[in-house]
Structures are given as structure tokens and as C-alpha cells.
Design a protein around this ligand. Structure first.
Ligand SMILES: Nc1ncnc2c1ncn2[C@@H]1O[C@H](COP(=O)(O)OP(=O)(O)OP(=O)(O)O)[C@@H](O)[C@H]1O
Ligand SMILES: Cc1ncc(CO)c(N)n1
Length: 547
């Protein structure tokens, strides 16, 4: 690790520490939390709020930690976590790592005096409500941070005793591990993982949750500090965390282990989020409950991010992003991706494979067409409803033309197909609406009767989109058959370019509607779309079930 020198002391805006007027209260070292008369979960200085503090303003939280350029751990994870918890994030960088999701390749430690200047600059100007401490790579850096904490005595100090990255790479010089112990006196909460807990109590790493809790109790009692014992390194299905107080009180939060490889920076995220939430809650157990819930969701949604080939980051902003307006194309792309199993199942159906190869029985085809005619009649009414609700004249025109076309196709089915089929298919032709058709139509009519514009459009879209896709995929597959393909003309009507264009327009209309509305409506739109897609699959399969 190389040190580097400050550019120039005169360019540093903060007053040098020696010229800073030292408040009398900071002349004595900060008492260990256990000797403080206030409950250990209430940071002592919170009982005398400064006149300039505004309780409703976001907590001002400083992260003193290393930089992870891949954005999942360290300072970067802290900024995201503090922000996700509603705090205002500040940073003092202790080390620069060369790091990605696969490991740490190198560490550069800037001059400790430069870090010291940053800390003094911040505390000279800004009231700091909470501090989270992460990677402290050398004994020099630890000394600087300890000295600053002793003078400034922030109200909430969370120490994450980072020693090894989740990739297994060491982040701290060997002699710094012992120096870290001295810093415990300046912290209100320490959040070691199991190997770090072992180092802090001077014992081998705990092999069970029970022995980890015993180690946590020994550390908490010895140092008069709250210890968060973390279960992330346990083998098995569970991932508990437990808060252990200096007098032995244990608050355990059970949790299931989420099956994901994306655990890069969980410890950093947890500790900085805790520091932020604690400023307002003043109760470590409450803070932990809120933060663990958030982190669990951030882990659950981590696969959405797709960052890196190794241990990926958690999704700090899953909640914000799930309610934010989607980017153009994103909503409909997700609907399409989510219905991939239904699309695949359609191509597997005997009805579709037989249709393409011309081997489908006429009885099945006749049943299908008869049901389709009934469907199209209802579909036309629902498209007209979309036209009624449409926010622009262009969209109104599009849906009204769609309603008209659906009736035209219904007419042509009767005229060109159903009327020319042999008499023994008359049953199918005269049949009432079958159960699958009725189910689909009822779903569409419910959207038309009570749904928003977006829901109506989402409900009608699979009929456009899936048909255009089926026609696109099947067109090149259709074998030439002597005497003509029995269903060729019918297949051609859906492979038509005008129909594909209409399908694209309908997709674009839905995408715009999704961006214009709110998260709850988008959720209902997605449900309506998925339901209709499933109905399309069932509709193709209905002739087989009917006979
Ligand atoms: N797979 C998982 N499922 C659910 N929670 C997890 C999982 N992995 C870690 N956690 C939670 O993440 C938090 C951090 O725990 P962990 O023991 O992994 O810390 P760490 O090793 O310091 O993290 P880091 O990976 O940043 O070094 C804890 O609250 C833990 O319960
Ligand atoms: C900079 C940094 N701090 C902490 C960790 C621990 O996750 C990491 N991997 N990188």
C-alpha cells in the first residue's frame, strides 16, 4: 500500500485541527456508552439537541470508508443506502480499491493527514447526525479517525469492522486489526460478520449461531457497546441477525437466507442504513427491524441489476424504481419477457403444430373458428371502449378502426369459412360460446366495464401481439402442400404486414399509457395483460378439450 502526500496544505479550506476552538466537553475522551446514564440505545448527545438541528430535515450521515469502483460496497454502497433510507450522505474516503464483483485487485491508501483534513473540514461546517465507519486500511488511518471521533463525538456512530471483502480478499493490514479494537470505545454499535467477530473477541470464528451469540455477548460486555451479530456467513437456510446489548439483552431478528449470489456489500449497506435510521428512531432494535426488511428486499431484487460476473450488488433503490415511471419501451418489454412461458407453450400446442403442417382436423378448426367469431364480436365492443377512453384522437381512431375490423373479420369468418364447412361441423358452428371463450370474454368485459384506459389496452393487447408473433414465427415454417395448404389463406391473413403494424402501434400505445399512469395502475395493467395472454393459450387449446 502506498501513501500519497497532500497536494498543498494551503489549499485545504478547513482550519487546522490545532486552530479549531476546542469545546470543553471534548477535552475528556468520550465515555464508553456503558458508563453513560442514558440507555445505551439512546445516543447521549441526542438528549440535548442543538438549536440548529431541524428534526424534519434528512439526517446528515457521514461515511468514512473505502471506495469500491464497482459501486456495490464501500463508500458507493453507503451513499446509496443512506439515500435509500432518506438521509443526506457525505463521505471521507479512507482507501481507493481496484475492485469489481469478482474480487479486489489492489488497494491505494491516500495520506492519513489528507483524510484528517477532510474530516475536520466537514465537522467545522456541517452538523453530522451520524457516522458510519467502514474500511480502515492502516493503523495510521484508524488513529486519525479515532482522534476525530473523540473530538467531535457524533451522536450515532456505527462501526463496521471491515477486514475481508465478500470475495475473500483482505482489506486491512494485519497490525490494523488490533488498532481497530481501540476504536470500539468511540462507537455505539459495531456490526462484525462472524470472522470479524472472532477477531474482535480474540477467538476462532464461531461455527454456530449459538456460539456467535455468546461471542457477541462477550464483546458487548467487555467493551460496553451494542453488538450486531450477523448471520450472513452461516451455512443453512436461515440468516438471522441479533442485537446484543452491553448488559446481555438479545434482540434476535429471524430471516430466511435469500438464494442469490448477489451479496457484495451487504455489510456496508446494512451498517450505513442503520446509522441513518437510528438518527430518528433512537432505538437500535426498531432501526434493525426497518433496515433488515429493506435489505432483504434489496437482496430479493438484486437479480434485476445484472452487474458483473461475480458477486453482484444488492438493489438499493428497488422501491424507488418500482414506483418510478418506466423508461420508454421498458414496461412492454417486461410484459413480453414475463409471458415467455406462455408464448413457448403456444408453439408447443398440438393445435398450432397441426395447423402449420395442415394436419389439423377440420372439426377442430371449425370449432376454433366458430369460437373466434363469437370472441371477435365481444372483442370489438371492448376495443370500442378503449376508443371511448382514449386520451388522444389518434388513439381513439386506432381503437375504433380496430373495433370495426374485428367485426369485418367476424363477418368474413362466417362468409368464407364457417359457411363452406361440411354439415357434420354444424354442431361446432352453432355452438354456444364455449367455456374458454366465455372466460376470456368475461375478463375483457370486466376490464372494459371497470378498468382504466391502461387496463383495457393491456387486456386487449395479447390478441394483437401474440397473433402477430405466432404468424411471424410460423410463416416460414409452413410446408408447401400439393393442392394448397388447407389453412394457408387463414394463416396469411395474420401474417399480413398491416396486422403487424397494428400490433406495433398497440404496443406503443400501451407503453405510453404505462409511463403516464401510476405504479398501482401499472400493476393492474400487467395483471390484465398476463391474464389475457394465458387466455390466448387456453383458446388455442380449447378445440382439443371440446371434442
Ligand atoms: N443471502 C442472504 N439472505 C438474506 N440476508 C442476507 C444474506 N446474506 C447476507 N444477508 C444479510 O446481510 C447483512 C450483512 O451480513 P453479512 O454477514 O453478509 O455481512 P458482511 O460479511 O459484513 O457483508 P459484506 O459482504 O459486505 O462483507 C445481514 O443483515 C445478513 O443477515
Ligand atoms: C471498499 C470496500 N469496503 C468494504 C467492503 C466489504 O464488502 C468492500 N468489498 N470494499
Amino acid at each position: 500500500m502506498n501513501g500519497s502526500s497532500m497536494i498543498s496544505p494551503t489549499t485545504t479550506p478547513a482550519p487546522a485541527p490545532s486552530s479549531t476552538p476546542t469545546p470543553a466537553s471534548t477535552l475528556t475522551p468520550a465515555p464508553a456508552p456503558s458508563s453513560t446514564p442514558t440507555p445505551s440505545n439512546v445516543p447521549s448527545s441526542r438528549s440535548v439537541p442543538s438549536s440548529s438541528s431541524v428534526p424534519s430535515a434528512p439526517p446528515r450521515v457521514l461515511s468514512i470508508a473505502g471506495s469500491d469502483p464497482s459501486g456495490g460496497a464501500g463508500i458507493q454502497a453507503d451513499i446509496k443506502s443512506i439515500s435509500a433510507m432518506g438521509g443526506y450522505a457525505m463521505t471521507a474516503i479512507t482507501a481507493l480499491t481496484v475492485q469489481n464483483t469478482q474480487g479486489v485487485q489492489s488497494v491505494h491508501v491516500p495520506d492519513a493527514a489528507f483524510l484528517s483534513a477532510q474530516l475536520d473540514s466537514l465537522s467545522a461546517d456541517i452538523e453530522i447526525d451520524a457516522v458510519k465507519i467502514g474500511m480502515l486500511p492502516t493503523a495510521d488511518v484508524i488513529r486519525v479517525v479515532g482522534e476525530w471521533l473523540g473530538r467531535v463525538r457524533p451522536a450515532v456512530v456505527v462501526l463496521d469492522p471491515v477486514m475481508v471483502a465478500s470475495s475473500g480478499d483482505s482489506l486491512v493490514e494485519q497490525d490494523a486489526r488490533l488498532a481497530l479494537l481501540e476504536l470500539l470505545d468511540h462507537a455505539h454499535l459495531v456490526t462484525p460478520n462472524l470472522p470479524e467477530l472472532g477477531v474482535l473477541v480474540g477467538e476462532p470464528e464461531a461455527q454456530s449461531w449459538e456460539s456467535a451469540l455468546l461471542q457477541g455477548k462477550r464483546l458487548a460486555a467487555r467493551r460496553g457497546i451494542q453488538v450486531l451479530v450477523k448471520g450472513g456467513h452461516l451455512t443453512g437456510d436461515e440468516c438471522p441477525d441479533a442485537l446484543v446489548g452491553p448488559h446481555g439483552a438479545v434482540t434476535e431478528l429471524a430471516g430466511m437466507k435469500i438464494l442469490t449470489g448477489n451479496t457484495h456489500g451487504t455489510g456496508c449497506s446494512l451498517s450505513s442504513a442503520l446509522a441513518t435510521v437510528q438518527v430518528r428512531s433512537l432505538d437500535w432494535a426498531l432501526s434493525l427491524r426497518q433496515v433488515k426488511e429493506w435489505l432483504t428486499q434489496a437482496l430479493e431484487h438484486s437479480d434485476d441489476l445484472q452487474v458483473g460476473k461475480g458477486r453482484g450488488p444488492v438493489n438499493h433503490f428497488y422501491s424507488l424504481w418500482s414506483t418510478a415511471s418506466p423508461l420508454p419501451g421498458a414496461f412492454t418489454q417486461k410484459l413480453w419477457d414475463d409471458c415467455a412461458p406462455v408464448r413457448a407453450a403456444i408453439f408447443e400446442l398440438p393445435f398450432i403444430t397441426e395447423l402449420v403442417h395442415g394436419s389439423l382436423t377440420e372439426a377442430h378448426f371449425a370449432y376454433y373458428l366458430a369460437q373466434d367469431a363469437k370472441y371477435l364480436n365481444a372483442y370489438s365492443r371492448v376495443l370500442a371502449r378503449a376508443g371511448e377512453l382514449a386520451p388522444t384522437e389518434n388513439e381513439q381512431r386506432f381503437w375504433m378502426e380496430g373495433a370495426h375490423n374485428a367485426l369485418e373479420v367476424e363477418l368474413s369468418l362466417h362468409r368464407d369459412w364457417l359457411s363452406v364447412h361440411p354439415v357434420d361441423q354444424a354442431d361446432a358452428i352453432r355452438a354456444e360460446m364455449g367455456p374458454v371463450t366465455k372466460h376470456y370474454v368475461d375478463h375483457l368485459l370486466a376490464a372494459a366495464f371497470a378498468g382504466s384506459y391502461g387496463e383495457v389496452v393491456a387486456a386487449v393487447l395479447p390478441c394483437y401481439w401474440l397473433y402477430a408473433d405466432v404468424a411471424r414465427v410460423l410463416a416460414p415454417e409452413r410446408p408447401g402442400i400439393d393442392g394448397g395448404h388447407p389453412y394457408g389463406r387463414w394463416l396469411d391473413s395474420y401474417a399480413d404486414e398491416a396486422f403487424a403494424t397494428s400490433a406495433r402501434t398497440a404496443v406503443e400505445i400501451l407503453d405510453v399509457a404505462a409511463r403516464r399512469t401510476n405504479a398501482a395502475d401499472r400493476q393492474r395493467m400487467a395483471s390484465a395483460f398476463a391474464y389475457s395472454a394465458q387466455c390466448e393459450l387456453d383458446f388455442f387449446d380449447a378445440p382439443r378439450l371440446h371434442s
